[in-house]
Design a protein around this ligand. Sequence first.
Ligand SMILES: Cc1cc2nc3c(=O)[nH]c(=O)nc-3n(C[C@H](O)[C@H](O)[C@H](O)COP(=O)(O)OP(=O)(O)OC[C@H]3O[C@@H](n4cnc5c(N)ncnc54)[C@H](O)[C@@H]3O)c2cc1C
Length: 261
Amino acid sequence: MSLRIVVCVKYVPDATGDRHFADDLTLDREDVDGLLSELDEYAVEQALQIADEADDAEITVVTVGPEDAKDALRKALSMGADKAVHVEDDGLHGTDVIGTSLVLAKAVEKTGYDLVICGMASTDAAMGVLPAVLAERLGVPQVTLLSEVKVEGGTVTGRRDGDSASEQLQASLPAVVSVTDQSGEARYPSFKGIMAAKKKPVQSLDLEDLEIDADEVGLAGAWTAVDSAAQRPARTAGTIVKDEGEGGKQLAEFLAGQKFI
Ligand SMILES: Cc1cc2nc3c(=O)[nH]c(=O)nc-3n(C[C@H](O)[C@H](O)[C@H](O)COP(=O)(O)OP(=O)(O)OC[C@H]3O[C@@H](n4cnc5c(N)ncnc54)[C@H](O)[C@@H]3O)c2cc1C
């Protein structure tokens, strides 16, 4: 039977762009270009490697995000994933991790899965908790922050590297894993891959398709609220120490004054 792998990929604002808050204190996503979260490229890469090793496997990439989030799906498809699911709905504006995990859980269940692979964190919100919350919602084991991952029979195994020790972990399928940026360089899409991606199926789903009530997601359903936000103050001019014989002393005094030494 085919191994059904679902990879959760997030469309994130380009960190090199100028990002702003909108009036409701959510991130203004209209105003900035986005891309597939770089950390999710590792998740796609691991899915492709696991699929290569399996007799028969199918990779579905899933994203929850606005219209432009299709770009993230296309990138993952051009890397080699087979098909995509895009959850898009106006009611999702301002959804937090609790809501996002609900939407992803319903989308993953509807798609059908043996293994869900996530990145270690998104490069914008960067909470790194979604895979654990998703596993809880799906009621399956979670093996997170893996720098090596393999599937054999009905089991997923992996290595989690800590500061002082490495752990070897395993779980029975179905399961959710997240992989780190140490799991292996993500491949670049080939020209052939980019052309093939244009013809791969992208299924669009909304909240109604997933039988999710509007009050469970969006700003109203969020368990967290942003009360205020302020622009980071502009950088002030630095202090220039001119060495006229006393430079070293002045430098040491400056560092001591700032409590650096
Ligand atoms: C439609 C929409 C509107 C949003 N609006 C706001 C907003 O106004 N303000 C704001 O601050 N945040 C907003 N968010 C971001 C939202 O809060 C986060 O996506 C969510 O809380 C997940 O947290 P994280 O990104 O820290 O995930 P992490 O736990 O850091 O992510 C770990 C992994 O989970 C997966 N993942 C995470 N998010 C998604 C996703 N959306 N689709 C697919 N896979 C995913 C990826 O594999 C990722 O590597 C919005 C999200 C969506 C989908």
